[in-house]
Design a protein around this ligand. Structure first.
Ligand code: 13P
Length: 233
């Protein structure tokens, strides 16, 4: 199982330090076998010691240079970061990243051997058009993405389920994950309003290899409870 926390634009460096220390202590005390990834804001990158994997929510496809407001590989290397989130719906739909730009980023970090957590997911209006329209839309988010890249993790996060408390039915998650499984043998995460109370039924589904959690991951104790659930699957 993979349990990943995406802080988005939340937490300061000091808050992140407390969180990381608590989660790492839990991982060590419970001898956790699942892969635990935390994506803090880049201002909180640091060396957090053994246990969880620190990932970047975003990075530009450069080592360094004149790209105001972006971070590149040099800034990741400083903290030994080798995991990057690419294609998150907030970057696609709020920050306007196109599939073309996302694919450039994907291929850049793939060539460097990074672990890539690659996000896909549809808006409600697409979901309402039915399963074949939904799958056709998802296919547009997989253009120029190597689905057999060895360090790939795919996260299915329906946009309408993110931060809303809405979750697709387990049948709906199963269907889309089965379709994704036909396309890739790599781990498949579900994300979108995952919380302690709904995680058990989600991770019990076939072809769900873990979760990517936003809001409910922000409290270390909550996140540790999620890790516990993953360990029991
Ligand atoms: P929520 O868990 O807050 O719905 O966010 C999901 C998400 O976008 C994780 O990347």
């Amino acid at each position: 199982m993979i349990v990943a926390a995406n802080f988005k634009t939340n937490k300061t460096r000091a808050q992140t330090r407390d969180y990381m220390d608590e989660v790492n202590a839990y991982i060590r005390a419970e001898n956790v076998k699942s892969e635990i990834i935390v994506f803090p804001p880049s201002t909180a990158f640091d060396n957090y010691g053994q246990g969880l994997t620190q990932g970047a929510q975003n990075a530009y496809a450069v080592e360094n240079g004149a790209f105001t407001g972006e971070i590149g590989v040099d800034q990741l290397k400083e903290f030994g970061i080798k995991t990057v989130l690419i294609g998150h719906s907030e970057r696609r739909h709020i920050l306007g990243e196109t599939q073309k730009e996302i694919a450039v980023k994907f291929n850049y970090f793939k060539n460097l051997g990074y672990q890539i957590v690659y996000c896909i997911g549809e808006k409600l209006e697409t979901r309402e058009l039915g399963q074949s329209a939904l799958l056709a839309y998802i296919a547009t988010q997989l253009v120029d993405i190597d689905l057999e890249y060895e360090n790939l993790v795919v996260a299915y996060e329906p946009v309408w389920a993110i931060g809303t408390g809405l979750v697709p039915s387990t049948d709906d998650i199963s269907q889309i994950h089965a379709d994704l499984r036909a396309k890739t043998s790599k781990p498949l995460l579900y994300g979108g309003s995952v919380k302690v109370s709904n995680m058990v039924e989600i991770v019990a589904l076939e072809n769900v290899d873990g979760v990517l959690v936003g809001g409910a991951s922000l409290y270390a104790q909550n996140f540790c409870e999620m890790i516990k659930i993953a360990e029991e699957v």
